[in-house]
Design a protein around this ligand. Structure first.
Ligand code: ADP
Ligand code: ZN
Length: 602
């Protein structure tokens, strides 16, 4: 372990191991198998990269995303580590070169996709090489229930049979117990040491608001909190992705669309720009994001409800991998709540599967309508207890007011009942607010006793009430009738007024709470003016160096490292080496340039 610490300091430039890193590294060095569950940004890569440098031979890293291998390898090369990848983006000549390096034992790490590894020729080649370890990244891809299922991942259990003496480490940021069990079983990791980290992401501020106009709310959020930052905006449909990207561009931001309907070259170009340019927004469907390890994503905004908490956690988790303050922001409305259920019901999945999906949807809705700490609820969903409210979510910072909505709820339920549970929300709201139209008159519904009994609330307010009544399980959006609202068993006692329970709902449309800047997680925003100016100068220098080498800026230094430099203002190579994130290779490569900039700016 002394050697491991030395490598941590000299190559990676860090003083201490985080979480279970030291134990994991120790186990691998000893030749044991390991399963690691760590949240995004927790520092998984170092867990196999350091043993790869210590054990003799080449470490084989299995990763499903070939598009990102280049950046991972670039980052290692910046550290002076001998790494390479093999995938279909390379010419035959390049591939042969890498294979040659592998055969001659020159490589410390080699990245490849599972299908490449499982190919007979590759295995024969590996038989003749010394392999230090196998790292199976994104190991949850073995899970049939997960959304990232990859068939080839299940065949990776053969590694254990073919190379019984080579330690394996499986890594994932997916938390739940079922997936964990599947990984162990499918990859034959029964003997593995399991390290489960807390899944809390304390630097992420969670906020969920119910907006009438999602775009305006998004704009407020962006202009107030992230006028110049990089982030991801998730939309449900491809059409919305394109429209939102266009709208943001018209507003003066640089925004690029990303969805599965775009040509492959457009997609990879947009992803590439997102990784390499500062301040760019990517507007995407959930097709975007897996394995995106850009550390300085400052916000993830959802314009619709994700389909379950797992997705929400994973998507929002792409913010703030560098540990600096970041936002997970969401805006949703009544139609989202209706659509989500319709979507599941209309799918041709099996009944049992649908039931599980619906339960998960309900849990997601519960998180949205929550009036307590969001983080506590989020962690509880992953079986992790948190004793105190977090103080860094919208509900903690600005506790929502509730109001007694019993009478309003009774009006709604009664109106749904009197129209024979055959209409959608808007129609029922029009009755409540007394907005007659031809169809209503034809149905005679303008004569109902519930006509115009809800004038005390506006249309948008009623939509909020409907949404919450669905979320709390008093109403369901029927799937056969496309959004027709029906009463649930829970609704009857309330409708018949034979329950003493009151219905407490969130106060309607309060402006979203703004994040309190927590010093612990901020860097750039917490700098003095002088430091801030230096930080910007260092970023400009970094951007230029990155461009010259055609690598993403963060593989040179992270924002965190640059802001630490701006604060410490080192004058000598030795002092620069003391800054977290500066190792020997980077000192040799960039020391003069950055020290020069610091002196020049002083
Ligand atoms: P993950 O793959 O778990 O999402 P990474 O391996 O990309 O996370 O690490 C996230 C960030 O944390 C990287 O910038 C990495 O260099 C940094 N990091 C990892 N381990 C440490 C450590 N012990 N001390 C400081 N920073 C670390
Ligand atoms: Zn909280």
């Amino acid at each position: 372990m002394k050697q491991a610490r030395h490598i941590l300091k000299t190559i990676f430039g860090y003083d201490d191991f985080r979480h279970h890193q030291a134990d994991i590294i120790d186990a691998l060095i000893q030749g044991q198998d390991v399963l690691t569950l760590m949240p995004t940004g927790g520092g998984k890569s170092i867990c196999y990269q350091i043993p790869a440098l210590i054990r003799s031979g080449t470490a084989i890293v299995v990763s499903p995303l070939i598009a990102l291998m280049q950046d991972q390898v670039d980052a290692l090369k910046q550290l002076g580590v001998k790494a390479a990848f093999l995938n279909s983006t390379q010419h035959a000549g390049e591939q042969r070169e890498v294979e040659e390096e592998l055969r001659s034992g020159e490589l410390d790490l080699l990245y490849m996709a599972p299908e490449r590894l499982l190919n007979g020729q590759m295995l024969q080649m590996l038989d003749r090489c010394q392999i230090s370890l196998f790292a199976i990244d994104e190991a949850h891809c073995v899970s049939q229930w997960g959304h990232d299922f990859r068939k080839e991942y299940q065949q990776l259990s053969m590694l254990h049979e073919r190379y019984p003496d080579v330690p394996r480490i499986a890594l994932t940021a997916t938390a739940d117990a079922r997936t964990r069990g599947e990984i162990i079983e499918q990859l034959a990791l029964q003997q593995a040491m399991v390290f489960v980290n807390s899944f809390d992401r304390p630097n992420i501020h969670y906020a969920i608001s119910e907006a009438g106009n999602g775009r305006e709310a998004l704009w407020r959020f962006l202009s107030q909190q992230h006028p110049e930052d990089t982030g991801i905006v998730y939309c449900l449909s491809r059409k919305n992705v394109e429209a939102t990207a266009e709208w943001l561009n018209a507003k003066g931001r640089i925004a690029l669309p990303y969805h599965a309907g775009l040509a492959q070259d457009v997609r990879s170009r947009n992803q590439q720009r997102f990784l390499r340019e500062d301040g760019l927004i990517i507007v995407a469907t959930i097709a975007f994001g897996m394995g995106i390890d850009k550390p300085d994503v400052r916000f993830v905004a959802h314009m619709n409800l994700p389909k379950n908490i797992e997705s929400y956690y994973q998507e929002t988790g792409r913010a703030g991998r560098d540990g600096m303050a970041s936002d997970a922001w969401m805006s949703y409305g009544l139609q989202d709540v209706i659509n989500l259920r319709l979507f599941i019901d209309k799918s041709d999945a099996e009944e049992q599967f649908k039931r599980v999906m619906l339960q998960k949807t309900d849990a997601m809705l519960g998180l949205c309508e929550l009036t307590r700490c969001r983080r506590q609820a989020l962690l509880a969903y992953f079986d992790e207890a948190m004793s105190e409210p977090c103080g860094n979510c919208d509900n903690c910072i600005n506790p929502p007011q509730t109001w007694d909505a019993t009478i309003a709820a009774q009006k709604v339920l009664s109106c749904v009942y009197r129209t024979d549970q055959r209409f959608g929300a808007q129609y029922v709201i029009d009755i409540l607010t007394g907005k007659s139209n031809e169809r209503m008159a034809r149905n005679g519904h303008d004569k109902l006793s519930t006509f115009a009994i809800g004038a005390e609330h506006s249309g948008p307010e009623w939509r909020g009430i409907f949404r919450q009544l669905i979320a709390h399980g008093y109403l369901v959006a029927d799937t056969e009738g496309y959004g027709v609202l029906k009463l649930t068993p829970k609704a009857w006692p309330l409708l018949k007024r034979d329950c003493s329970e009151s219905v407490q709902l969130r106060q309607l449309s309060k402006p979203a709470a703004s994040r309190q800047k927590k010093t612990k997680f901020t860097a750039a925003s917490n700098l003095t003016d002088v430091e801030q100016t230096l930080f910007e100068a260092l970023r400009t220098l970094r951007a230029r160096l990155a461009k010259e080498q055609n690598v993403p800026p963060y593989v040179i230094f992270s924002d965190k490292t640059l802001s630490a430099m701006a604060v410490a203002q080192p004058q000598t190579p030795g002092q620069l080496l003391d800054v977290s994130g500066v190792g020997e290779a980077k000192l040799a490569r960039y020391g003069d340039a950055f020290l020069g900039e610091i002196t020049a700016s002083a």
